[in-house]
Every structure is written in structure tokens, then in C-alpha cells.
Design a protein around this ligand. Structure first.
Ligand code: RIB
Ligand code: CA
Length: 306
């Protein structure tokens, strides 16, 4: 079992990532889900995370709210891609449990420091890195109990929020720099270089829609919205950016990359750019087995019992 903590901003691809994780709780010990403002506001992404956890039969996993805005820069969102409610305006049933009364940072600290001696936590951020930066600054003692960070964010090539910057980094470049400056912690960077290969063909979305469960129907509805958003309307596929993190945890053999050191540009025209120089603590993924990845996503949504 790998101990993991998911930090997300659901978000349609975050929702599919949660389904992928929920499908593999036999090998992933999900200690908690935390939220951060990103794709949508803190209120919306937190409500979405609660409802998705229930829908995916993860009511035993605590959901905690984290940062409501970036450390320094003004808040931005991705409502043009993820819709006004953050999950493609899909209405899923209310959650069976409430958000934790502890802030995400406290709960992450408690979970990490409470692990059995000798065990470590894998952090899985698929959103702006505000919570992770705050965790390191407020509770630095956790760093020695973090085995690795497998994050979705950044790009060694073109961006998507701007020509230079990927959205999660662009949304909070200062937080991202704090996280990437922790050179002692191994990081796997699922940036656009690899997530642009993590496709789900639109024809497969209809396959998912035909399945019977409420969760599968909801996933298909979200994906159908995603497929018609401005980013994907001209294409025959959508990108499952956030599922790349869980995909790497489950099947590292699907991916390859190179070691780099990452520096985040924090101001100016290329704010949010992740400058990758050879050698260092970050495994920058730049190749995916496209067919195997897509099959994994489809299997995890269509053939699991939620
Ligand atoms: O650039 C893609 C990232 O931005 C994904 O995490 C998606 O959910 C959005 O947050
Ligand atoms: Ca996300």
C-alpha cells in the first residue's frame, strides 16, 4: 500500500482523477482529500470534493478545505473550461459527510506525522500548490516524512494558461517556487509535456455514458461538458491531466522522463513558467504510453464498483 494525500480543485479532470484513485484503494491508502481554490472558488471545489467522495464511495476519507486564494497574486479560475459549478454544471447528490473542522494544512500535518514509524506519505497535488507551500512553511517537520510528491503542473514546453505557463503554476507561482525549492524531496512532475499525451478520445465518453451507475453517468456528463469547452471543442479527445498522477503511481512503466531542477518565474510576462535545467530532484515526465493510459482511465471508470 502507498500512503497518499490528494490535494485538488475539482474540476472535471480532478473528478476523473478521484475516480481513478477510488478504483485502486487496494493499493492506495488515501489518508485525505484537501481542496484549494483553483479551477473554481474554495466553496465550489470543496463542495464538489465532498460530493465526489460520496459518489465514489469514499465517505471514510476526510475532506478538508485549504487555501481560499493564492499566497500573493490575485485569484484566477478556469470556469471557462470546468463550468460555473466547477464540474461541468453536473449536479451530483449531496455528500453524506461534512468537511473536516480542521484546516487542510493541520489535517495533512496530523496524517503525515501520525503515520507508523518508517512509513512516508506521497503528496498528490493536482491544483495550485498553495496548500503544499503553506504546509512546508507552517509545519516544516513534515518534510522528513514525505516520500515523494507526484504533482500535476508545469511545462518544460508551451503553457496552457499563457504561452509560457501551465494553469496550476500560473495560479500561484510563489507557492510553486516554494515547493520546487525543496530539493531534498523527490518530485514527479506530470506537466503538460506528458499530460498532452494523456488523452481520452471523445468516442470513449459515450462508452462510459452507457454504463449503469450514478458515478459513471456523472463522469460521462462531466466529460461531455469538458469535450465541448473552448479548449477541446475542435479536438477529437480531451486531456486527463490530473489522472496522470495516479496513473504514474499505479503504472510507472507507462511513463518516462528526465531528471531536472525546476525554477518558477514569479513575475513578468512569463510568470508561472517552470524553467527546467538538467539534473536534480524532479523527474519531468515527457512520454506516456497513450493507449495503455487511456485504457486504464476507461477501465477505472467503467469496471469498478462505484
Ligand atoms: O493545466 C491543467 C490543470 O489545471 C489541471 O489540474 C486542471 O484541473 C486545472 O486545474
Ligand atoms: Ca486540477
Amino acid at each position: 500500500m502507498e500512503n497518499i494525500w490528494i490535494d485538488c480543485d475539482p474540476g472535471i479532470d480532478d473528478a476523473v482523477m478521484l475516480a481513478t484513485a477510488a478504483a485502486h484503494r487496494d493499493v492506495l491508502h488515501i489518508w485525505g482529500i484537501s481542496t484549494v481554490a483553483g479551477n473554481q472558488s474554495s466553496d465550489l471545489v470543496t463542495e464538489n470534493a465532498l460530493r465526489l467522495a460520496s459518489l465514489l464511495k469514499m465517505d471514510d476519507v476526510p475532506v478538508a478545505r485549504g487555501a481560499r486564494e493564492p499566497l500573493i497574486r490575485t485569484k484566477t479560475d478556469a470556469s471557462h473550461v470546468h463550468g460555473e459549478n466547477g464540474i461541468g454544471n453536473c449536479v451530483i447528490p449531496p455528500a453524506k459527510h461534512s468537511e473536516s473542522d480542521k484546516n487542510a494544512i493541520e489535517l495533512m500535518r496530523d496524517a503525515i506525522m501520525g503515520l507508523p514509524e518508517g512509513e512516508t506519505m506521497t503528496l498528490v497535488p493536482t491544483a495550485p500548490l498553495t496548500n503544499i507551500a503553506l504546509l512546508f512553511k507552517v509545519f516544516p517537520e513534515v518534510k522528513r516524512r514525505i516520500g515523494r510528491i507526484v504533482l500535476m503542473g508545469g511545462s518544460a514546453s508551451a503553457g496552457n494558461a499563457t504561452p509560457f505557463a501551465e494553469f496550476n503554476i500560473f495560479a500561484d507561482p510563489d507557492a510553486a517556487q516554494i515547493v520546487f525549492a525543496e530539493h531534498e524531496i523527490p518530485v514527479v512532475m506530470c506537466g503538460l509535456d506528458v499530460t498532452r499525451q494523456c488523452i481520452l478520445r471523445k468516442e470513449k465518453i459515450n462508452e462510459i455514458a452507457g454504463k449503469g451507475s450514478a458515478a459513471q453517468r456523472a463522469m460521462a456528463e462531466m466529460l461531455q461538458y469538458y469535450a465541448t469547452s473552448s479548449s477541446y471543442a475542435p479536438l477529437n479527445c480531451v486531456l486527463m491531466h490530473d489522472s496522470c498522477t495516479i496513473g504514474y503511481l499505479l503504472h510507472p512503466e507507462f511513463f518516462s522522463g528526465r531528471q531536472v531542477t525546476v525554477h518558477v518565474v514569479r513575475q513578468g510576462e512569463n510568470m508561472g513558467q517552470t524553467v527546467c535545467t538538467p539534473g536534480g530532484n524532479v523527474l519531468l515526465l515527457d512520454h506516456a504510453n497513450v493507449e495503455a493510459f487511456e485504457q486504464m482511465v476507461i477501465e477505472d471508470i467503467c469496471n469498478k464498483s462505484f
